[in-house]
Design a protein around this ligand. Sequence first.
Ligand code: PEP
Length: 256
Amino acid sequence: MRTYIVGNWKLNFTVGEASIYLHKLLKKMPNYRDIEVVVAPSTIALQPLSLQIDRHKMKLSAQNAFYRDYGAFTGETSFTQLRGIVDYCIIGHSERRYIFSESDKVVSKKVAAAIRNKITPILCIGETESERAFGETKDVIKDQLIGGLSEIGDDDIDKIIVAYEPVWAISSTKSSKLAAPDEIADAVKLIREILSEVYGKKVAESVPVLFGGSVNPSNAGAYLTVPGVNGLLIGGSSLILSEFTDIIEIAKRVHA
Ligand code: PEP
């Protein structure tokens, strides 16, 4: 399986800044066939960057989209409109769940809309700090995974990517809040067990599972060697070109 390195730029970079970053990244980056590099700029930058990107080297992801294709939904952008522009879309990121109150029901409709429009959903799941403290980690992972995939049948399950992102480990500057490799291994094992129960063993082994949570060049190697982890979803460190390219190089070395 390929290794996925996904940079989530969140609400950062003007269109001009995003274009300059992409230009530099494309120049610096070799074409690694076994590493799928993906960047997720703001919606407004997606169309211009889609004309600039070299899809042999990397792909574009949206950070969010609406599940209805057209209609009276002021301010929204649909997966239909993004079709052909992006290859991936991050769905159910914790910032969308907790700042924008997205439920598992909404997440599941977005996952279905992405697949309907030939866009690969990167379904983010993960427990908050208090859920972990109350021993609810397993239930949260199960609910968010089964809930997020509730509209996806056997025919489409091979078109999704899951990202385990414990909310307490996102954007952390404290080493005490970094996820330990064995904590990630337990969560990824659970994710594959749930997938196996619902969709069968073969699917459970073939769905890519990424990890995200304060990944940077000094911990990327350790996270990429956690059993069952097929790549990384990176926020802060993906905004710094040298760090993002270092992580890509680490992925290449680990994959070899
Ligand atoms: C994220 O928001 O998906 C993320 C993993 O961010 P960071 O790498 O900054 O923790």
